[in-house]
Design a protein around this ligand. Structure first.
Ligand SMILES: Cc1ncc(C[n+]2csc(CCOP(=O)(O)OP(=O)(O)O)c2C)c(N)n1
Ligand SMILES: CC(=O)[C@@H](O)[C@H](O)COP(=O)(O)O
Ligand SMILES: [Mg+2]
Length: 629
């Protein structure tokens, strides 16, 4: 399109040449571009529709990348990517070798801080602002944080630190609260209630209307000054953010460039910690997403004219669904069960549980640390908490896992979803470390189901075990094993032999890689054990296999370092058995985003790769080489 404004924007410098009327037009084009590209690639949708105007305003007013914008989570940065020279690569978003779905320092100089786990922006921007002071550089740091991300303790730790002077210095930090009254699901907690009170009432609406008419006749700078005084003085006399030492401005309409630009111009000239509260709508401009921002939070590709349609193909049940059904059945059977999620109701499969057991359901907000210690408190009183949490987000609660749960041997079941590689979200969301970081904790049991049926059985087993236990399972579906409906348990700490081979090799599989292992075993005539437990490890089975095979191969969809294979080696060492062990798992590197099957194959963790590695270890040619392929 020759008259497209968006096509002329190759960096923020181009924005600065546009008139206000052109910026308005650009916002429409940018929004349409987001709809067109994300509906093709899939990705975070509704949050990005909500940040179109804010992104334009920020890059128009501030001198980026010299002024640092730190986006919290970063799932709302597609407009930012499009305006900072990456428009033509949006079709590669979240695909192997393509643009990341989150900000990355190695992707663009405009991505000042790598994110994807929430609530880090204020800390990072505060660090940047203080660094500017210490280095004598004149620039601003801006943290853009959502109302959901604002619920995390880390955000308040940062406010607490940033709102006071250090060594006589205060950073020129601007925190922008992008308040759309939504997390992934509807927001929870007292902070949300407070923010709702801040923005409620007719006065906010009057400001929006008033702003537009005043602006027509007032020089921009003067307008911004008056606007700020107006909002501060009349509507929000003493906000919590002011108590933290910030100069609070707002709330203002985050879709109104005529309010955003002069307000930011004004704030740009202010020193010290500033706080701007903007109100936006998740899904803004795409009616279906406005009506159902949850459904449109992170969709797979869809037809933008039709919206997301129900799938016509019969889908395999995901591990998440297996967990959700088990949770309801177990809760039906045991009144003591309490289900907890740190802001991941949909992703963790707890929608039905919430509906059926509202008083035993807790969404604690983005607060993984609190979730773990809250579970510990419940367990102290004899209740049976089940904390559903993505493996990657449990990293946030490591001290709580040790100090509050395991040290007191409290009966908490951790349902660890998204274990192993997750695909499009990439390295930030990969659950590669949980085996290594949980198995070293005394009292903690670590269970690795191989398929959907075993997932249900091991959830019951962990739940009945009177102590802390994690059950880890991957994103998506497994081999399709019917999970059944019973709540039976498996014998504690025991694996099973799934194939007895004569090839002298025994594969000890932990988790869903059992199935590619069984395939690989065919060509090698290998023995295959489904180990089920990393801890307690089935030492007797390990010993038996070690005594009867010339090579043991451990296999896990988790980091090799410190993982299940290491547990096997430690056991062999402890009993004084020396046998060659090949440890297969994820390498000591961060794995990029991309199709999970492709990534697993690249790591040598598909059936062909497993067979190849074993043959290489045995000094045998691979079939490929034999066939001359
Ligand atoms: C530590 C952590 N926990 C959970 C998540 C998952 N998560 C990603 S976005 C999001 C909601 C964030 O809400 P908000 O900041 O208000 O942004 P919005 O989606 O409304 O634009 C959650 C819970 C995460 N990224 N990081
Ligand atoms: C940004 C974020 O953390 C979530 O939106 C995440 O992308 C969800 O991942 P799943 O699609 O695996 O639930
Ligand atoms: Mg929000």
């Amino acid at each position: 399109m020759s008259d497209s404004l968006l096509n002329q924007i190759n960096s923020p410098a181009d924005l600065k040449k546009l008139s206000r009327a052109e910026l308005h037009r650009l916002a429409g084009e940018l929004r349409q571009y987001v709809v067109d590209s994300v509906s093709k690639t899939g990705g975070h949708f509704s949050s990005n529709l909500g940040t179109v105007e804010l992104t334009i305003a920020l890059h128009t007013v501030f001198d980026t990348p010299r002024d640092r914008i730190v986006w919290d989570v970063g799932h709302q940065t597609y407009p930012h990517k499009i305006l900072t020279g990456r428009r033509d690569r949006m079709h590669t978003l979240r695909q192997f070798g393509g643009l990341s779905g989150f900000p990355r320092r190695d992707e663009s100089e405009y991505d000042t801080f790598g994110t994807a786990h929430s609530s880090t922006s204020i800390s990072a921007a505060h660090g940047m602002a203080m660094a500017a002071k210490l280095k004598g550089e004149e620039r601003r740091a801006i943290a853009v944080i959502g109302d959901g991300a604002m619920t995390a303790g880390m955000a308040f730790e940062a406010l607490n630190n940033a709102g006071v002077a250090h060594g006589g210095l205060m950073g020129d930090l601007l925190v922008i609260l992008n308040d759309n009254d939504m997390s992934i699901s509807p927001p929870v907690g007292a902070l949300n209630k407070y923010l709702t009170r801040l923005m409620s009432g007719s006065l906010y609406g009057e400001v929006r209307e008033g702003a537009k008419s005043v602006l027509k006749n007032t020089p921009l700078y003067e307008f911004a000054r008056r606007f700020e005084e107006h909002t501060k003085g009349m509507f929000v006399p003493g906000t919590i953010f002011e108590e933290f030492g910030f100069n609070y401005v707002g709330p203002i309409d985050g879709h109104d460039l005529d309010a955003l630009i002069p307000t930011l111009e004004n704030l740009k000239h202010k020193r010290g910690p500033q706080f701007l509260h903007v109100i936006t709508k998740k899904g803004q401009g795409y009616k279906l997403a406005e009506a159902d921002p949850v459904k449109y939070h992170g969709p797979t590709p869809f037809d933008p004219l039709q919206g997301i349609q129900p799938s016509t193909k019969p889908a395999k049940k995901s591990f998440t669904q297996v967990f959700g059904e088990w949770l309801c059945d177990q809760a039906e059977a045991d009144q003591k069960l309490v289900g907890i999620t740190p802001a991941m109701r949909e992703g963790s499969g707890m929608v039905e549980f919430h509906k059926r057991f509202p008083t035993r359901y807790y969404d604690v907000g983005i607060a993984e640390q609190h979730a773990a210690t809250f579970a510990a408190g419940l367990a102290c009183e004899g209740l049976k908490p089940v904390l559903a949490i993505y493996s990657t987000f449990l990293q946030r609660a490591y001290d709580q896992l040790i100090h509050d749960v395991a040290l007191q041997n409290l009966d908490v079941t951790f349902a660890l979803d998204r274990a192993g590689l997750v695909g499009a979200d990439g390295a930030t969301h990969a659950g590669n470390y949980d085996i290594a970081f949980t198995r070293c904790i005394p009292n903690m049991a670590v269970l690795t189901p191989a398929d959907e049926r075993e997932c249900r059985q091991l959830l019951s087993t962990a739940y009945q075990h009177p102590g802390p236990a994690t059950v880890r399972y991957p994103r998506g579906a497994g081999c399709g094993a019917d999970p059944g409906k019973d709540l039976s348990v498996l014998p504690w700490g025991t694996g099973e032999l799934r194939r007895e081979g004569q090839g002298g090799v025994a594969i000890l599989a932990f988790g869903t890689l059992l199935y590619p292992a069984l395939q690989a075993a065919e060509g090698l005539d290998a023995t295959v054990a489904n180990m089920r437990f990393v801890k307690p490890l089935d030492g007797a089975l390990v010993e038996r296999l070690a005594r009867s095979h010339r090579l043991l191969v451990t296999l896990e969809d988790a980091c090799v370092m410190g993982g299940a294979g290491s547990a096997v080696l430690e056991h062999l060492n402890a009993i004084g058995l020396s046998v060659p062990v090949l440890q297969l798992g994820l390498p000591d590197t961060f794995i990029e985003h991309g199709d999970p099957a492709l990534l697993m194959a690249q790591c040598g963790l598909d059936a062909a790769g497993i067979e190849r590695s074993i043959r290489a270890r045995l000094g045998q040619p691979t079939l490929r080489a034999v066939n001359g392929a």
